[in-house]
Design a protein around this ligand. Structure first.
Ligand code: NAD
Length: 271
């Protein structure tokens, strides 16, 4: 990469060409791993939905520039002042409701359809994997399609609650979306299934996660220990890139996934 950087200064066109050739070669290698491995998994984070218009924790101008997530996304903050937290939730729900799956979500759906992807483990709560064609999705941090009352435990679908902000239970308390806030436990089934799958997969596609949120960020290490090939897609290197990643495909998830799935289809045609 250092060599490449020096070239950029002198011959930007040449280096752009060489980077794209390298990327194409790495995409080919990743496609070969996906075709050869016994069981492929994907682990996704907020970055996969950025091209669908949902900001991650880092995007400039995003939701999280205005709402400090430690102030708004902890369960103790919700219990203490649910009306305040709903100012942020209402805005986020509006963004999520308008979002559509992008080529990265659809690419994972295509891989599952081709028999080359067992399960998507997602940290996202936006339902875009299901809308993009994936049927086996583990929602590590829950889903925003249902809401529950922390006090009387009654659950509601989004369509049942109308436009009232904050939405209230029939018992009068404010409802909480069934997404995991910081300080809450991961749903035990999601935790166990993800761990079991990661311990026996042949490859793991890690897409759009900064790997800073535990315990989801331990999944790549578990897979690596089991001997899996780790393919990472991100616009920038992460904590995983120099530790567990075997192939780093740098770029936007939608663009890279579209190329990767095309390459997989090419390989499948040749077999
Ligand atoms: P994060 O915000 O910590 O990191 C996002 C990562 O995605 C970064 O590494 C960034 O470089 C990368 N990225 C940004 N745009 C990209 C693109 N177009 N293509 C590829 N990569 C891109 O997100 P995280 O690691 O998922 O952890 C944050 C937590 O926030 C998670 O628990 C998640 O549940 C929650 N969250 C979810 C959503 C959602 O449901 N869409 C949105 C925001 C936050």
């Amino acid at each position: 990469m250092l060599d490449a950087y020096q070239f950029v200064i002198q011959h930007p066109e040449m280096i752009r060409e060489s980077i794209s050739t390298n990327l194409q070669g790495e995409i080919r290698r990743a496609a070969e791993i996906l075709c050869q491995s016994q069981m492929n998994l994907a682990l996704t984070g907020a970055g996969i939905s950025v091209e669908s218009g949902i900001p991650d924790f880092r995007s400039a101008g995003g939701l999280w520039e205005r709402y400090d997530f430690m102030e708004y996304a902890t369960i103790s903050a919700f219990r203490a002042n649910p009306e305040k937290i709903w100012q942020m939730l209402a805005e986020m729900e509006d963004v999520v409701r308008r979002a559509k799956p992008n080529p990265a979500h659809k690419g994972l759906g295509r891989l599952e359809h081709m028999g080359l992807l067992h399960t998507v483990i997602t940290q996202n709560i936006d339902n875009l994997h299901q809308e993009g064609g994936s049927t086996r999705v583990i929602e590590y941090h829950g889903n925003s399609k249902t809401l529950s009352c922390l006090w009387c435990k009654r659950q509601y679908g989004l369509d049942e609650i109308g436009d009232q902000v904050p939405p209230r239970c029939t018992c009068g308390k404010v409802l909480k979306p069934d997404v995991i806030f910081f300080g809450e436990a991961i749903p035990p089934r999601a935790l166990d299934e993800s761990y079991d799958l990661a311990s026996s997969c042949g490859s793991l596609l890690v897409i759009g996660t900064s790997a800073q949120v535990a315990p989801a960020n331990t999944i790549p290490g578990v897979a690596k220990k089991a001997g899996a090939g780790i393919i990472e897609i991100n616009v920038e290197p992460t904590l995983l890139t120099s530790s567990v990643t075997d192939i780093f495909l740098q770029g936007r998830a939608g663009e890279i996934m579209a190329k990767l799935v095309d390459e997989v289809e090419n390989l499948m045609r040749q077999e």
